[in-house]
Design a protein around this ligand. Structure first.
Ligand code: CMX
Length: 466
C-alpha cells in the first residue's frame, strides 16, 4: 500500500542548480530531511476532520441561506451550497488562497525571482500553510520524479490526435489517458476503507499535477511547432520547465508562467471547472476522470475560453482602428461590439463586483516588464473605457475586468500567438486548485453530490400556494 511513509526520501538540494532559478530557496537551503507534503497533510487532517464533524453535529440544523425562484432559474448565483477548503472568493476583495490575497502570496510564498513558485501555491492550497523553501524543494523534487513517469501511451495518443483538434479537447483526452495508472481506481476495486481514500486520491492528484504540463506542452509542440519537446530539467521549477517544454528559454517568460500558473489555480468551489471536478469526483470517479470533466467545463467561452476570445477582441480593435487607438476610438469600437449583441470578453463576473486582482497583478507585470508594449497599452485603455460603457449600458452587474482581460496580451508579447492554446495554459494551472480540493473532498469523506430539482409546473404550484 502507498502509505505516507512510502514518500519519505532524503532529498538533497542540487548544488549544480542554476543560481537564478531558485535563488531564494538555495540561499537558505540546508541539507536536511523535511516532512513531505503528504506527511504534513496527514498531520493536519485529524483536527480538520474533527472540526467538520463538530460543526455538522452541533450546527447542522442551522440555515445558511435561502434559494429564491430567480436563483434556481438563474444558475444558483449567490447560493452557498459547497464546501471548498482551498480558497474563498469575496465579491469586493477578490480571491483569497487559504486567507492570503494575491499580493500577499506574491510577498510570502517562496519564489525563484519575484513571482511565487507554482509548487508553493499548491502546497498552500493543500495544507493551508505557507511552505518553507525546503518544503517547496521537497515537493518540487517529488513532482519532477512523477513528471518523468508520463506514460508512453499518453504520448502516443497525443501524437495521433488530429492537428486541427482544439487544444482543450486534446488536453482533456490526454488527462483522461492517465486514468490507466489511477491508484485510487485500483485500490477502490481491490477494496479500501473510506478513511484511506485520500491517500490514493493524493497519489493520483500529484501524478496529474506533475504530468499535465508536459501533456499541454506536447499538444502545443505538435499542433504549432515541430513536435520536438525538451526533457524535464530536474533543476528547474514547474514554471520554468513548462516554459522550456513549450519552447521558451526567456526567463521573463518563465516568470510570466509562474505568475500565470499561480493566479489561475483556484477560484473557490462554484466556478464551472472546479464544480465539475468536484461533482464528478463525488461519485468516487478518480482524479483523472474528474479533472477531465473540469477541463471540458473550462473550455466554455463564458469560462476559460474567454481568454482567447479576449485576445481576438483586442486584435480586432487594433485591426480596425490602428495599433495605438485613442480612448474615443476604443469606446466607439466597444459600443459597436455591444450593439452587435456580443459580450465584451474579459469583463464581468458572476461573483466579483470589483476589478479582479488577477487582472491587476498582470497589469503590474506588463508595466514592469514590457512598459512600451502596444497591445498591453490597448488593454489599459480598455480598462479606462469599458467599465464606463458597460455601466451606461446598465445590464452587467460587474462592469470591471476579470482575469482573462489581460493574459492574452502578455503571452502575445513573448510571441505565443496561437490563442486557441491559451485555455490549455489555464487548464494546467487550474489543475492545482482542483486537485487540492479533490484530495480534501476524499479526506473529509464528502458524500456524492445530489441536489434536488423541480419542474416549471412545481414552481407554478409553489407560487400559487404562497
Ligand atoms: N459584456 C456585455 N454584456 C455583459 C457582460 C459583458 N462583459 N457581462 C455581463 N453582461 C450581460 C449579460 O450577458 C447579461 O445580459 P442578459 O440579461 O441580456 O442575459 C447581463 O449583463 C447580466 O449578467 P451578469 O449577471 O452581470 O453576469 P453573469 O453572472 O450572468 O455572467 C459572465 C458572468 C462572466 C459569464 C459575463 O460577465 C460574461 O459573459 N463576460 C464575458 C465573458 C468573460 O469574460 N468570461 C470570463 C469569466 C472569468 C472566467 O470564468 O474565466
Amino acid at each position: 500500500m502507498l502509505g505516507v511513509q512510502a514518500l519519505v526520501v532524503d532529498k538533497k538540494i542540487n548544488s549544480r542548480s542554476r543560481p537564478f532559478i531558485c535563488n531564494k530557496m538555495f540561499q537558505t537551503a540546508v541539507r536536511r530531511r523535511v516532512a513531505t507534503l503528504k506527511q504534513r497533510f496527514a498531520e493536519t487532517l485529524p483536527e480538520i476532520r474533527e472540526r467538520l464533524t463538530k460543526v455538522k453535529k452541533e450546527q447542522g440544523s442551522k440555515v445558511i441561506g435561502t434559494v429564491t425562484i430567480e436563483q434556481l432559474i438563474g444558475g444558483m448565483r449567490g447560493v452557498t451550497g459547497l464546501l471548498t477548503e482551498t480558497s474563498r472568493l469575496d465579491a469586493y476583495k477578490g480571491i483569497k488562497f487559504r486567507g492570503l490575497s494575491l499580493p500577499e502570496c506574491q510577498v510570502r510564498l517562496p519564489s525563484a525571482k519575484r513571482e511565487p513558485l507554482p509548487e508553493a501555491i499548491f502546497y498552500l492550497l493543500l495544507t493551508g500553510e505557507v511552505p518553507s523553501n525546503e518544503q517547496v524543494e521537497e515537493l518540487r523534487n517529488d513532482l519532477i520524479e512523477r513528471a518523468r513517469g508520463l506514460p508512453e501511451h499518453t504520448k502516443t495518443i497525443i501524437n495521433d490526435l488530429p492537428k486541427d483538434m482544439h487544444p482543450m479537447t486534446q488536453l482533456s483526452i490526454g488527462v483522461l489517458s492517465l486514468q490507466t495508472g489511477s491508484h485510487f481506481a485500483k485500490a477502490y476495486s481491490r477494496g479500501i476503507k473510506k478513511n484511506d481514500y485520500w491517500e490514493y486520491a493524493y497519489e493520483d492528484a500529484m501524478d496529474l499535477v506533475a504530468r499535465i504540463p508536459e501533456i499541454a506542452a506536447r499538444i502545443y509542440r505538435n499542433k504549432y511547432k515541430d513536435g520536438q519537446i525538451a526533457e524535464v530539467d530536474p533543476n528547474l521549477d514547474m514554471g520554468a520547465n513548462f516554459s522550456r517544454q513549450l519552447g521558451w528559454e526567456d526567463i521573463d517568460f518563465w516568470e510570466l508562467m509562474r505568475l500565470y500558473l499561480t493566479i489561475h489555480c483556484d477560484h473557490e468551489g462554484g466556478n464551472v471547472s472546479a464544480h465539475a471536478t468536484h461533482l464528478v469526483g463525488s461519485a468516487l470517479s478518480d482524479p483523472f476522470y474528474s479533472y477531465s470533466a473540469g477541463l471540458n467545463g473550462l473550455a466554455g467561452p463564458l469560462h476559460g475560453l474567454a481568454n482567447q476570445e479576449c485576445l481576438r477582441f483586442l486584435l480586432s480593435c487594433q485591426e480596425k482602428v490602428g495599433e495605438n487607438p485613442s480612448e474615443e476610438e476604443v469606446e466607439h469600437f466597444v459600443k459597436e461590439v455591444l450593439e452587435s449583441g456580443q459580450v465584451v470578453p474579459g469583463y464581468g463576473h458572476a461573483v466579483l463586483r470589483v476589478t479582479d486582482p488577477r487582472f491587476v497583478c498582470q497589469m503590474d507585470f506588463a508595466k514592469r516588464v514590457m512598459p512600451e508594449d502596444k497591445l498591453c497599452k490597448v488593454v489599459r485603455k480598455m480598462y479606462r473605457v469599458v467599465p464606463r460603457v458597460l455601466k451606461e449600458q446598465g445590464k452587467t452587474k460587474n462592469p470591471y475586468p476579470n482575469v482573462d482581460a489581460h493574459s492574452g496580451a502578455l503571452l502575445m508579447h513573448f510571441g505565443m500567438k496561437e490563442f486557441d492554446f491559451y485555455t490549455a495554459l489555464f487548464g494546467v494551472s487550474r489543475a492545482l486548485g482542483c486537485m487540492a480540493s479533490y484530495v480534501w473532498d476524499r479526506a473529509l469523506l464528502l458524500p456524492i453530490e445530489r441536489p434536488g430539482s423541480v419542474t416549471i409546473e412545481n414552481l407554478e404550484e409553489f407560487a400559487q400556494k404562497q
